[in-house]
Design a protein around this ligand. Sequence first.
Ligand SMILES: O=C(CO)[C@H](O)[C@H](O)COP(=O)(O)O
Length: 230
Amino acid sequence: MSDKKLQAIIAPSILSADLSNLADECQKLNEQGADWLHIDVMDGHFVPNFTFGQTVIKCLRNKVKGFFDCHLMISEPQKWVKKFHNAGADQYTFHYEAVENQEQLCKEIKETGMRVGIAIKPTTQIEDNLLNLINSNLVDMILIMTVEPGFGGQKFMYDMMQKVQLLRSKYPTLDIQVDGGIVCENIDIVAQAGANVIVSGTGIINHADPKKAMAFMKERVQHQIDSQNN
Ligand SMILES: O=C(CO)[C@H](O)[C@H](O)COP(=O)(O)O
């Protein structure tokens, strides 16, 4: 039985930041209360958009403290594990759909010391193989996508909450991340479903007061965790 305590974690997605001034934007988010920085890596192949890769992450690492939560929306994520580790990534979240042998990849990531995340797209169901990976303690976090991966600013998909509820009912202390369309107005829905790691791009960065938005989201998620445990 794990003695891990679930915590609310707020991870602003830097995709919505001013990319011409990324290090300063990351520092600002840290000062405003970010627990993690969510870094969306897109290859123009697995998703129809490009962002940044390990070279940019390495530059950021030289200037920015904190936890780099890297979401690899790429084909062949197995090819980049060491490079991202060397660049300073703290967590490597790959897409379940992008690899054949997820178990092997989880082991390779774990060997580097990075945390292991597995992301699933909206059309991917929670199948037995995924549950087996979680049961084998190879996975630190599951990311339930609440939009089709590729772009910020999309509409939140409410029906993804069934997956969050299912996972939370089976795994009380697993980190469950949600990503896409999350704003202050729907934070209670994801918190009540059982998500504890919140990614939000436009919902935080385009908010009139990002510090207040992060504090609000964190308080709502932590409140839900605490009320479940009492
Ligand atoms: O993974 C992503 C898109 O694929 C991003 O993290 C997501 O876009 C966050 O932005 P927003 O909160 O604006 O939807």
